[in-house]
Design a protein around this ligand. Structure first.
Ligand SMILES: [Zn+2]
Length: 104
């Protein structure tokens, strides 16, 4: 039983070492490097577009997941409301003071 366990450990360690040595090959083979490069390119293009859009329309584009927990002002009564996750899901929040729907 002890021999079996030590054999398993040796096989596991060798497999990990083999994977680490051939990692670059598998990343190339499954085109992981290319996909990562393309995603970074897309991200940079989107950031450029968002920046340009923000400048032209004088708005701030903030990703939804970064909005949760932030404070927004109601456009009607100017009271400050903390944005909840449900608000970002539906794309707006309803002011508890005046009942006006504010889009994010
Ligand atoms: Zn309000």
């Amino acid at each position: 039983m002890d021999q079996f366990i030590s054999l398993l450990v040796v096989i596991l360690v060798l497999s990990i070492i083999f994977f680490l040595i051939t990692r670059e090959f598998w990343c190339w083979y499954w085109k992981v490097n290319e996909r990562l490069y393309n995603l970074k390119q897309i991200e940079s293009y989107l950031k450029t577009i968002a920046k340009q859009y923000s400048k032209e329309n004088a708005v701030d584009i903030v990703p939804e997941h970064e909005l949760t927990g932030k404070v927004a002002k109601c456009k009607e009564c100017n009271s400050e409301i903390v944005i909840q996750e449900a608000d970002t899901d539906q794309g707006y929040f309803i002011c508890p003071y005046c009942g006006i729907r504010n889009y994010l």
